[in-house]
Design a protein around this ligand. Structure first.
Ligand code: NAD
Length: 502
């Protein structure tokens, strides 16, 4: 670890905070070179951030919703103006290619845009005369200090799923980004200050388990949003709930795409290429498994994918001609490569082997070419586990029912899709599949910002989905007020029966 590298610290009460902490290197995955040193927050630093959020809360809660929402409108413009700078950080630390980085940022900005409509979403419900001379309304009150813990794979977008709406609802926030690619989330938070967010309303602490556990255990934190792997999501959910917090914890995935015999195969193949290999397969909505109905369908899909993979360009995300960049870290590269080795051992047919890919001038980068397996079977590790890399497996079945049983039996239920021209099959599939987000001829059915995002089964712990209307529900408490102003001089006797409109 080099001491001479630029350091990345924390943003607490509008100030960049450094100080003496443990630290770790942040690597450029395209070169394998450590370019920055990340300070890992200790308990005291996280507590400082929580204290800052607690201090900022009363004034922010009292700020009219329109003024809070206006910061989000301004932030949208500031983010658009800084798009290239943000995306350059995404590519430098995550490795994703420029076009993909821009897509991620745009999806994040759409969440900021939705949060700028918070006045409309927070209006509540009102009924006059629920009883004689009695009016009643329900309002959404903020929770207080809220927190978010985010994964490496969407370093900008996932934080923007969380804090813009939490803050627009009147809460304050502490964000703990992924330690693997932390700079873009920090820059966005600094830009929020530029957009008019008062100090302390949004704080960023960089760190690892110590920082996360401090957020989980601190009684001042009212709610936690988490996105990451399933084992950690389950830990966050159980520990956070045990501490009396509201928790939503989104976990991993193994999304299956079903290709029916009547599907437009060319369209399915191009759609699958992006869904399997886009962002190097490091998306929780990526498609790592294709369930082909019928051998003829499977043969056509394999042939089509093989031809498309041969045209793919793998290289650093800074070069616009590349389709796929490197994996995020050396450890992740080794893990994904290990899954390919395992698939071969388990007897799946490796149709395309990306393990030998070398990128000239980037020999130490974490590049793995696209891998394609045929004859993958349930029970294989390659089938059961989330690989989170550019590895696509084909499972062959004979019927739609067989395909659906596979999906419904799988431990994850994040996303899925069906390619078909048969409306009846598509409708039956969407109706009966045990998955939270479903596409029909749409390979990545990631809901837009004004719908909510969430999987079923072990892809989500908690009740409410992320962003969209569910975010307003998650980051607020409903209070219902029933009000009567009796006329002076009119006095009723004591009433012992339960009040009703009988
Ligand atoms: P991860 O679980 O390793 O890390 C996520 C966060 O948890 C990070 O901020 C990390 O610092 C923290 N963390 C890690 N280990 C911890 C521990 N032992 N105790 C406390 N905190 C800990 O996930 P990742 O590798 O960064 O991201 C990839 C995973 O995220 C994949 O499984 C992917 O499917 C999932 N993901 C899910 C969604 C979704 O919406 N369901 C979206 C994006 C990513």
């Amino acid at each position: 670890m080099s001491q001479s590298l630029p350091t990345i610290g924390h943003l607490i009460h509008g100030e960049n905070v450094t100080g003496e902490h443990r630290s770790q290197d942040v690597f450029n995955p395209a070169t394998g070179v450590a370019e920055k040193r990340l300070l890992l927050a200790d308990k005291a630093t996280v507590e400082q951030a929580i204290a800052s959020a607690e201090k900022a809360y009363p004034a922010w809660r009292a700020t009219p919703p329109l003024k809070r929402a206006r910061v989000m409108s301004k932030l949208k413009n500031v983010l658009e103006a800084n798009a290239e700078k943000i995306c350059a950080l995404l590519t430098a630390e995550h490795g994703k290619v420029a076009g993909d980085a821009m897509g991620e940022l745009q999806r994040g900005i759409e969440n900021v845009e939705y949060a700028s409509y918070a006045t409309e979403l927070l209006k509540g419900e009102y009924t006059r005369n629920v009883g004689p001379g009695i009016d009643s309304w329900s309002e959404h009150q903020p929770l207080g200090v809220t927190a978010g813990i985010t994964p490496f794979n969407f370093p900008v977008m996932v934080p923007l799923w969380m804090w813009p709406m939490a803050i627009a609802c009147g809460n304050t926030f502490v964000l703990k980004p992924s330690e693997r690619d932390p700079s873009s989330a920090l820059l966005v938070a600094q830009l929020a200050l530029e957009a008019g967010l008062p100090p302390g309303v949004l704080n960023v602490v960089n760190g690892d388990k110590e920082a996360v556990d401090t957020l989980l255990d601190d009684a001042r934190v009212q709610a936690i949003s988490f996105v990451g792997s399933t084992s950690i999501a389950e830990y966050i959910y159980s520990r956070g709930c045990a501490k009396g917090k509201r928790v939503q914890a989104l976990g991993g995935a193994k999304n299956h795409a079903v290709v029916m015999p009547d599907a437009d195969i060319d369209n399915a193949v191009t759609a699958l290429m992006g869904a399997a290999y886009g962002s190097c397969g490091e998306r929780c909505m990526a498609i790592p498994i294709v369930v082909a109905v019928g051998d003829k369908t499977a043969d056509a899909i394999v042939a089509g994918l093989k031809a498309e993979i041969a045209k793919m360009k793998v290289g650093p995300g800074t070069d616009a001609k590349n389709d796929m960049g490197p994996l995020v870290t050396k450890a992740h590269f080794e893990k994904v490569k290990g899954y390919v080795d395992q698939g071969v051992k388990e007897g799946a047919t490796l149709v395309v082997d990306g393990r030998g890919v070398k990128v000239a001038g980037h020999e130490n980068g974490y590049f793995l070419g696209a891998c394609l397996f045929d004859n993958v079977k349930p029970g294989m590790v390659t089938y059961n586990e989330e690989i989170f890399g550019p590895v696509l497996g084909i499972v062959r079945v004979n019927t739609l029912e067989e395909a659906m049983k596979l999906i419904n039996d799988h431990e994850y239920g994040n996303g899925t899709c069906i390619f078909t021209r048969d409306g009846e099959a598509a409708r039956y599939f969407s109706d009966h599949i045990l998955v939270g987000m479903v596409g029909v001829n749409v390979p990545l059915p990631v809901p837009v910002a004004y719908h909510s995002f969430g999987g079923w089964k072990r892809s989500l712990f908690g009740d409410l989905h992320a962003y969209g209307p569910d975010a307003v529900r998650f980051y607020t408490k409903r209070k219902t007020i029933t009000q009567r102003w009796p006329s002076a001089g009119v006095r009723e006797g004591a009433m012992f029966s339960f009040p009703s409109n009988r």
